[in-house]
Write a protein that binds this ligand. Structure first.
Ligand SMILES: CC/C=C\C/C=C\CCCC/C=C/C(=O)SCCNC(=O)CCNC(=O)[C@H](O)C(C)(C)COP(=O)(O)OP(=O)(O)OC[C@H]1O[C@@H](n2cnc3c(N)ncnc32)[C@H](O)[C@@H]1OP(=O)(O)O
Length: 289
């Protein structure tokens, strides 16, 4: 696998136009699981999730993601694309090992980091797009639906499958999903824990476009971001905020309560048991392959 390096605090306005290399990526010692590159010509940032084997979202990855999102906004990037370094998994969602038999302080930090990352992404002032180049269950779907545009490669799956694991998708997971699919479809799918195939997701509007390669997916995201080129960024950001402020304020005001509900639910013996069985099933399947 390519070693992907990470850029931090690179002011886009200070990046000179270069003809040979069009992306800039510098390394910071603290970034382990993400690559963050800014295209010199377009000003578009790409955040690549890089935590093999399945980009499961642990505390460190979530923290890095949030830092990259903040950097993209602070540095006035023209837009942000999220994708994965894996050929088959966008992200497997939350790292179940963070929630299974967890340590008290760590699991609190984990959930708080998820809340922060989501608020940063959902409320980002710049255009955001997901190039979904692999499976995107649960937390993967959460990241995709927090973006303004989604394009997906064929023959993968996406959805909120929490009920199948015996856990519950919190309200803010559901509200972002409801932004993109009709209520009736959402209620049925989320209660069933349905994972949509790419074709099904496209049919219900969960993804906007389907393309065959990651390169095409990135190009589609770039086109989406470029569609705002004649729009005043400040007016755009305020307009986007009008659509999203309710969910953001709700979570901001209820962060502690949301954390306590999360802890109360996952610490239930029946939930721990269901998660343990699910993890065991994943491990058995992985050994068979
Ligand atoms: C009112 C309510 C308020 C509060 C709520 C309370 C509760 C909490 C809600 C929490 C919301 C949860 C969100 C989530 O995201 S939970 C995670 C859901 N994810 C999944 O179900 C996906 C599981 N994974 C898969 O289906 C497959 O791995 C996948 C993604 C299709 C890829 O398949 P493949 O490439 O074949 O890879 P393997 O399955 O072989 O996996 C390789 C390796 O990774 C391990 N692994 C997979 N997924 C996870 C994961 N999410 N977390 C941790 N580990 C994972 C797998 O076990 C293998 O490990 P091994 O050691 O055997 O190599």
């Amino acid at each position: 696998m390519n070693i992907i390096r990470t850029v931090r605090s690179v002011a886009f306005s200070s990046i000179p136009n270069r003809t040979l290399s069009t992306t800039r990526s510098l390394s910071t010692p603290s970034a382990q699981y993400t690559a963050f590159e800014v295209n010199d010509k377009t000003g578009i940032a790409t955040l690549t999730l890089n935590r093999p084997p399945v980009n499961s979202l642990n505390l460190e990855l979530l923290t890095e993601m949030r830092n990259c999102l903040k950097d993209a906004e602070t540095n006035k990037c023209k837009g942000l694309i999220i994708t994965s370094s894996s050929n088959s998994v966008f992200t497997a969602g939350l790292d179940l090992l963070e929630m299974y038999q967890p340590q008290d302080e760590r699991v609190k930090s984990f959930w708080t980091a998820l809340q922060s990352m989501w608020m940063e992404l959902y409320g980002s002032k710049i255009p955001t797009a997901a190039a979904i180049n692999g499976h995107a269950p649960a937390g993967g779907c959460l990241i995709a639906t927090a973006c303004e545009y989604r394009v997906m490669l064929p023959n993968f799956t996406i959805g909120l499958n929490e009920t199948l694991i015996g856990i519950v998708a919190p309200k803010w997971f559901v509200s972002a999903f409801l932004n993109v699919v009709p209520r009736r479809v959402a209620e049925q799918a989320i209660t069933q824990g349905k994972l949509f195939t790419t074709a099904e997701a496209h049919h219900v509007g969960l993804v906007d476009d389907v393309v065959n390669t990651k390169e095409e997916a990135i190009a589609k995201c770039e086109q989406f971001i470029a569609s705002f080129k004649n729009v005043n960024p400040y007016a755009r950001a305020l307009t986007k905020q009008q659509f999203r402020i309710k969910e953001l304020q709700e979570l901001e005001q209820q962060r502690e309560k949301d954390l306590q509900i999360f802890l109360g639910l996952i610490m239930q013996p029946s939930v721990q048991k269901a998660m343990g069985i699910y993890l065991e099933g994943l491990k058995k399947k992985s050994k068979k392959q």
